[in-house]
Design a binder for this molecule. Structure first.
Ligand code: FAD
Length: 264
């Protein structure tokens, strides 16, 4: 069973995000970075399936600058067998379509039975790449899964997804693509031996040339969407605590709604 997990390195969840000076990106100065949390669910599921079937390879794949290697090494320390790092200066300014195109080219170099993505990357939040890759690869996919069972012959799977008021259960033929939601599992941590072993595990580096993608097929020039403005949410004003007994509080509330909020 060959399983790929596409991972993105993102600012740590506790980071205080500020827009960059031109308002077109985030200011990455001083931020610490982690593996996108939803991708960790994909990695954990891949490791569980490999343990369950007793054979196979788990490959983690990421597009990003040199720093991305830290995220890939973390995944190797957690238990992935090998990593693929895709980097190329021409990728700067790439939109979701270009990212999906490049991941597709890397994924098509091997035969994977299952490809996992996070349901979204917690920085850009498009929630698009996994589904886009499924379309480009012409593979069936189930998005936002919270449970997955692979058949003993590795040919089929049953995916569960939470929908409003219930659960959807979907039978799917493998190979297939899944995007992962947080209830899927509890990701394991890297152990000390895992961290030591990670240093010896293979890390392949691909450029666009290695993937037979022309440099002018991606990047800012080819972006089909533009980001006009990134701005922080408006600052909220402090709330007002109403004092006195219930009657006095209600009177004060009605006055505030009338005079300040001007609701009536
Ligand atoms: C006009 C424009 C210019 C941009 N310029 C840049 C730029 O210069 N540099 C830059 O870093 N970003 C840039 N971006 C953002 C970049 O396009 C997005 O990060 C990318 O399209 C993925 O979208 P997302 O992060 O919202 O992922 P989602 O669609 O929310 O991610 C879903 C899943 O896809 C997988 N995934 C996402 N990104 C990657 C990745 N890089 N490698 C492997 N798997 C991944 C993960 O499994 C993730 O959980 C730009 C975006 C636009 C619109």
């Amino acid at each position: 069973m060959n399983i790929a997990v596409c991972i993105k390195q993102v600012p740590a969840t506790e980071s205080k995000i500020r827009p960059s000076a031109d308002g077109k990106d985030i200011d990455r100065t001083g931020l610490s970075f982690v593996v996108n949390p939803y991708d960790e669910f994909g990695l954990e599921e891949a490791l569980k399936i490999k343990e369950q079937v007793g054979k196979g390879t788990v490959t983690v794949i990421s597009i990003g600058e040199d720093k991305t290697i830290e995220a890939l090494r973390t995944c190797l320390a957690v238990g992935a067998d090998q990593a693929i790092h895709i980097k190329d200066p021409a990728l700067s300014g790439s939109d979701t379509h270009a990212i999906a195109l490049v991941l597709t080219a890397a994924l098509q170099k091997e035969n994977y039975d299952i490809i996992f993505f996070g349901k979204q990357a917690i920085d850009n939040d498009s929630g698009a790449v996994g589904i886009h890759v499924a379309e480009l690869m012409n593979l069936p996919h189930v998005a936002v899964i919270n449970k997955l069972e692979v058949s003993p012959d590795d040919k089929k799977a049953v995916a569960h997804r939470q929908i409003e008021g219930g659960t959807e259960v979907i039978n799917i033929d493998l190979p297939a693509i899944f995007t992962c939601q947080k209830e899927l599992n509890v990701p394991r941590y890297a152990s000390l031996p895992g961290i030591m072993k990670a240093k010896q595990k293979p890390m392949t580096i691909y450029s666009l040339n290695d993937l037979n993608i022309a440099t002018d097929a991606v990047g800012a020039e080819k972006a089909m969407i533009t980001l006009d403005q990134l701005s922080p949410p408006e600052k909220r004003t402090a709330g007002t605590a109403l004092e006195g007994n219930a009657g006095e509080a209600v009177t004060a509330l009605v006055r505030l709604l009338h005079e300040e909020a001007k609701i009536f």
